[in-house]
Each structure stands twice: as structure tokens, then as C-alpha cells.
Design a protein around this ligand. Structure first.
Ligand code: ASP
Length: 333
């Protein structure tokens, strides 16, 4: 029988409503949660590990790196077929993407959690954990990067986002939909995951600001980020990757100081491109050095830039990590 390491790392899946506070707080151990995944011992041997009991708003990139090192250690063991990690749903996509970028493995790695705490009607933790374990022992889940398993759906960590603050199917993949499902314990993939890149990181010393654009905004927040000493800036720009004209001076100022500025879109779907040449248009800001982040959501572009700048301050290399040749030509092939 295949062995799966399950790493417990807090979130609603490990919470109960506290009588006094009248709201959910971390309370269950890994063993308490596993006891509710009835019948799983007929499918896989489980090895429990506890990383933390944190709600996911308490996760940090430093903790993500520690978690990545622990997962890598387990994956390096021959007797472990795959790893499942529980996580609060709020920042789950950020940790899953961090793991995807930093782990080196062909074994399945699955991140899951719950939208209902253990004493609410309809607690979804045991089902999500069971389907994640089925995925971790499935040979079809090998070589697909880190997966997120929720509500019987499988998403690639590179694409998934939390799109609903309360529904059981809180996670979705914009543009494309899930890459697979778990149906009757069987793992079925309908398409391939996007290509992965592997990034190195040894320590998290540098930080990245994330700034969302809105009509009429100026450079104040960018100037603040520069003054505060942020080492990189991600801008969730408008539409195809455009910013209000009064943000242009801030972007220029950051680039002059060798601070990488990544442009992604505040739109839920689609990618950024240099379609517009007016002041603040995508073409205009890319011409003086802004880097385009394709379809990444702002919070994920931030994770990628944190990993990038903690490894190198070479802007050409960082541009390559984000643009990866996809903005080079404009030719129909
Ligand atoms: N606020 C919780 C957390 O992210 C939500 C959840 O786990 O579903 O830890």
C-alpha cells in the first residue's frame, strides 16, 4: 500500500467555534482530523506531520519557505508516494504557488482545506482530505506540479484562485477551469497543467509591495513603497496592463532605482499585453522597463517576485522569469 505524508497546517479544517468568542478558532490536531476521514486506511498508509495550527492570514513567505523545505525532505524519501498539506483557504493559493515554484519532484503534492469548520453542519474537511489523499496516490497526478484539491475538483497551483468567500467550491481556475476531478475515488485529468519553472530560494530577506490601480490614482503608494525600502513592486493594473497617467512617474522612479515593477491585471481573466501606447498604456510603461506578468493574479505575482528577488537582483533574469519569451514576437505562426 502506498504511503502518503499529510502535513497539517491549520486553517478552518482544524477549527471549531469557541463558545466564548462565538467564532471559529484553531482547535483540532492532525490526529483529530484524520479520525474523521473514515475508511482511508483501506486506500493508503498515512503518516501525520504537524507544521502549524495557524489561520492562513498568519502565513508568511518565511513560513512558506520552511514548509517547502519540510515537504521537499518528505518527497526525497523513497517510501513516500505523495504529500498532502492542509491550509487555511484565504492564502492557500499563495502557499500552493510558492511550493509549486520551489519544490523539485515528480511526485504528487496536493494542498487542501475546508470552508466549514468541524462543528458546522456540512464540514467539508474529511471529504477534501480523502480526495486529496486519493490524488496523492494516483500515478496520473505525477509530474503535474502542485495541485489544489477542493470540492472534488483539481486545480493547478499555477492557475487557481479563491474566488468565493463562503461557498464550498471556493476555488476556481480563471480562463480555463479545473484540470481534473476526483470522482468515486478515481482521479481523472482532462488537460495538462501549464509548464512549470523551478526557482531557487534560500532565505526570505526581501519584500514586495502589491498595489492595486483604480481610476484617478497617483504615485503616492509607489513612492511610499520606494521610501519604505520595498525591493520589488507588483501593480495590479487596469485591463490589458494600463495605469492612470499620474502613476507613471512612480513606476519610472522605481525602475530607475533598480526596483523591479511587475504589471498584472486587476481583471479576473485574460492577460496583460502592450496594446496601448498612450501615457500609462501598457506599451508606454513596458518601454521604460516595467515587466509583464501574463495571467498571474497580483498576489501570486508577488510570491513569484519575492522568490525571484531573494535569489537575484539581475533585472534581465527577473524579466525572463516572468515574460519567459512570451512577449518577444507578435507574429502569427
Ligand atoms: N480564514 C480561514 C483561513 O484561511 C479560512 C479557511 O481556512 O477557510 O485560515
Amino acid at each position: 500500500m502506498k504511503k502518503v505524508a499529510v502535513i497539517f497546517n491549520g486553517g478552518t479544517i482544524s477549527m471549531k467555534v469557541d463558545e466564548k468568542i462565538k467564532a471559529a478558532v484553531p482547535s483540532l490536531s492532525g490526529e483529530d482530523i484524520m479520525a474523521m476521514v473514515t475508511g482511508i486506511q483501506g486506500h493508503a498508509e498515512i503518516e501525520n506531520h504537524t507544521f502549524s495550527n495557524l489561520p492562513s492570514p498568519h502565513m508568511t513567505p518565511k513560513l512558506m519557505l520552511e514548509l517547502s523545505n519540510l515537504v521537499q525532505e518528505l518527497l526525497n524519501r523513497e517510501d513516500i508516494s505523495g504529500v498532502v498539506i492542509t491550509h487555511g483557504t484565504d492564502t492557500l493559493e499563495e502557499t500552493a504557488y510558492f511550493l509549486d515554484l520551489t519544490l523539485k519532484t515528480d511526485k504528487p503534492v496536493v494542498v487542501t482545506g475546508a470552508m466549514r469548520s468541524s462543528d458546522e453542519l456540512g464540514y467539508d474537511g474529511p471529504f477534501n482530505l480523502a480526495t486529496s489523499i486519493c490524488t496523492a496516490i494516483s500515478s496520473s497526478a505525477k509530474n503535474r506540479g502542485v495541485l489544489v484539491c477542493f470540492n472534488g475538483e483539481l486545480h493547478s497551483a499555477r492557475e487557481v484562485t479563491k474566488e468565493n468567500s463562503m461557498a464550498l467550491n471556493a476555488f476556481s481556475t480563471p480562463n480555463f477551469g479545473p484540470i481534473g476531478i476526483v470522482d468515486n475515488n478515481k482521479v481523472i485529468f482532462y488537460r495538462n497543467s501549464p509548464e512549470s519553472i523551478h526557482m531557487k530560494i534560500e532565505d526570505v530577506k526581501k519584500d514586495v509591495a502589491l498595489i492595486k490601480c483604480a481610476a484617478g490614482m497617483d504615485s503616492s503608494f509607489i513612492d511610499f513603497a520606494i521610501d519604505k525600502g520595498y525591493d520589488g513592486i507588483v501593480i495590479e493594473a487596469l485591463g490589458r496592463g494600463n495605469v492612470p497617467p499620474s502613476m507613471v512617474s512612480g513606476i519610472k522612479c522605481a525602475i530607475e532605482r533598480n526596483i523591479p515593477v511587475i504589471i498584472v491585471s486587476r481583471c479576473f481573466e485574460g492577460r496583460v499585453f502592450e496594446s496601448y501606447g498612450y501615457e500609462g498604456g501598457g506599451k508606454n510603461i513596458r518601454n521604460f522597463g516595467a515587466i509583464f506578468g501574463d495571467m498571474l493574479a497580483g498576489q501570486k505575482a508577488r510570491i513569484k517576485l519575492i522568490i525571484a528577488i531573494n535569489y537575484t537582483d539581475n533585472i534581465t533574469d527577473i524579466r525572463e522569469m516572468f515574460e519567459n519569451g512570451i512577449y518577444d514576437d507578435n507574429i502569427c505562426e
